[in-house]
Design a protein around this ligand. Structure first.
Ligand code: GTP
Ligand code: MG
Length: 175
């Protein structure tokens, strides 16, 4: 499949979600092979990643999910065209916290037009929550009723589900 033929040539995206959910690992997998790094460490503050993939030039804000840095998420809302919200499928205990953080993000007026991709990561972990359960726990249909949104399952360590993620964003961002 050819990507990017009708989508935007460049997209600025915000990658958020709780600490340890796998945001940086996912962004790393999005990047072309030669730009990928071997070791991912917890993000301090945020990191801006610029690369080409799926026929599009990306600027991704890979934000830290740690509590003390979450106030930085809103710093860049003005320029954000798409939101990727990463959820750790193996972390049932913090689903409620994830829901509250997602709610805060998507309720901000600057993001009202931004498509929201909820990425259920770590689906390689045995006993992980399935997408129907997470959709329920996060109350996604209610929360995202006024957004263009979808939920996809992925595994950053196995590099699964991530190509679809980029192509969905490309086709969902309004040109
Ligand atoms: N099993 C499994 N582990 C993963 C997956 N994605 C990431 N991890 C691991 O989860 C841990 C956290 O990954 P990060 O990518 O640093 O998470 P993050 O969301 O960027 O964390 P912060 O920057 O602290 O907000 C690392 O040990 C990763 O190797 C996955 O799909 N499956
Ligand atoms: Mg990180």
């Amino acid at each position: 499949m050819k990507f990017g033929s009708k989508g935007k040539k460049s997209i600025t995206a915000l990658v958020v979600g709780l600490d340890n959910s796998g945001k940086s690992s996912i962004v790393n997998q999005f990047k072309p092979k030669k730009m990928m790094v071997k070791e991912i460490t917890p993000t301090v503050g945020f990191k801006i990643e610029e690369f080409k993939a799926a026929g599009t030039s990306w600027k991704m804000y890979d934000m830290s999910g740690q509590g003390r840095y979450r106030n930085l998420w809103s710093k860049f809302y003005q320029e954000i065209e798409a939101v990727v919200f990463v959820v750790d499928a193996s972390d049932r205990l913090r689903m409620v916290v994830a829901r509250e953080e997602l709610k805060t993000v998507i309720e901000s007026p600057e993001l009202s037009r931004a498509p929201v991709l909820v990425l259920l990561n770590k689906t390689d972990v045995a006993g992980h929550e399935d997408s129907a359960t997470v959709m329920d726990l996060l109350e996604l249909p209610q929360l995202l009723a006024s957004h263009t949104w979808t939920m996809m399952s992925a595994s950053a360590v196995k590099d699964e589900g991530l190509e679809d993620a980029l192509s969905w964003i490309v086709s969902s961002v309004r040109t």
